[in-house]
Design a protein around this ligand. Structure first.
Ligand SMILES: [Mn+2]
Length: 388
């Protein structure tokens, strides 16, 4: 049986207030085309289907349109809830979509109460342990949450391990054994930009060590981390994040988005391959003076651009000016020498309004306000004082 593993669709996500609806439509069409041409039996969506827990009607239209295409092509779908999704909403969708072989797993269920989704294709049976995001609020009670952070994180990990090992107990012999989950695995790579790797660890985030994942599934199809990657050194040997399907924010710039095609037969190691996705606009960062960035942006007509500007000091209105000059620029950062942070012990009550303003400005922008700005401040302050 052939599976397509994808995750973290985040339908409805915008970038700095701009809609990406047409990109979502394009990439979901691309995924459907891949599934059809690769003769996929089942599409696994490992959570974070929507970007928010109250998605717009337009986001629903995009999702249901994509599901309809899979159904029309006789491809079954499994959707599990991620931390961004409303589990109740996914459960509601499932009441009807189940009839069309679009299976949902909104809540954590034990192996004997629906934790395993069974799919028959021809004479092959696949048993898919479907485990949505385990909400920390459900996994931990109030007393546990009140203990120190390390203890809380370790109790969460125990809870996740218990859930995962419970659900896979439902496997029967002779079937394909798969797991689809939305979970953070310790040490996962968040980003690798300009040679600097960023990894996340379970000493600061709710997650689980890879050694505590179950070994009985032939493949663990994971969602949650947006950087596509295989997790190496896991007990079962085949565990991967599919990653998101568009570069969703500038931390994901440069990432090649993909889907994974996974072939499974009972009791055999998995065969897998990666297919790159080409839809959606790239996210890039350009650095230099405002003029240099504008010139460079000419080459990136089809990208969302973060401009990191070399300036001497913050300049009012520069962000708007840049956005107006080049359509692709959606994010502006200013790069200038910032004052050393000094932790002040002065009580705010002892400061005059102008001193307060200067300190606020220093903290916000890392430099001193210009003389013109101070003149303006005094003028406005004068007016306010007169009103009073
Ligand atoms: Mn996500």
């Amino acid at each position: 049986m052939r599976f397509l593993h994808t995750a973290d669709w985040h339908i409805g996500r915008q970038i700095r207030g701009r809609s990406r609806a047409s990109e979502f439509e394009a990439v979901l069409t691309e995924i459907k085309d891949i599934a059809v041409s690769e003769n996929v039996d089942v599409v696994l969506v490992a959570g974070d289907i929507w970007d928010t827990n109250s998605p717009s009607s337009d986001s629903d239209r995009i999702l249901f349109g994509a599901l309809r295409e899979f159904v029309t092509n006789d491809i079954e779908v499994i959707l599990i809830a991620g931390n961004h999704d409303s589990a109740h909403k996914l459960n509601a969708v499932g009441q009807l979509s189940d009839l069309l072989n679009v299976h949902t797993q909104a809540y954590v269920r034990s192996h004997d109460a629906g934790g395993i989704i069974r799919i028959n294709r021809g004479d092959v049976l696949a048993e898919i342990a479907a485990i949505p995001w385990v909400p920390d609020g459900k996994a931990l009670n109030a007393i546990e949450v009140l203990s120190d952070a390390q203890k809380t994180l370790s109790m969460y990990q125990d809870a996740v391990e218990t859930v995962y090992s419970n659900v896979v107990q439902g496997y029967t012999s002779g079937a394909i054994h798969l797991l689809v989950g939305h979970v953070f695995v310790d040490g996962a790579l968040l980003a690798d930009i300009d040679g600097s790797e960023r990894r996340l660890h379970i000493d600061i985030a709710y997650g689980i060590d890879k050694d505590r994942l179950p070994s009985s599934p032939q493949y663990l199809a994971l969602g949650h981390i947006h950087h596509p990657q295989e997790i190496l050194g896991v007990p079962n040997g085949a565990t991967a994040y599919a990653g998101s399907i568009l570069q969703l924010d500038f931390g994901e710039r440069g990432q090649q988005k993909i889907v994974r095609i996974v072939d499974l037969v009972p009791n055999r190691p998995v065969q897998q391959k990666i297919i790159p996705l080409t839809s959606g606009k790239p996210l890039i960062e350009l650095r230099g003076t405002p003029e240099q960035v504008l010139v460079a942006s000419e080459q990136y007509k089809n990208a969302y651009i973060r401009a990191v500007l070399d300036v001497d000091a913050p300049e009012a209105g520069i962000a708007q000016k840049m956005r107006d000059s080049a359509d692709g620029i959606v994010d502006i950062r200013l790069d200038y020498d910032r004052l050393e942070e000094n932790i002040s012990t002065v009580s705010l009550q002892d400061l005059k309004p102008e001193e307060l303003f200067v300190r606020y400005y220093q903290e916000r922008h890392g430099t001193n306000p210009s003389d013109e700005l101070l003149v303006l401040f005094r003028e406005i302050l004068g007016e306010v004082v007169n009103i009073q």
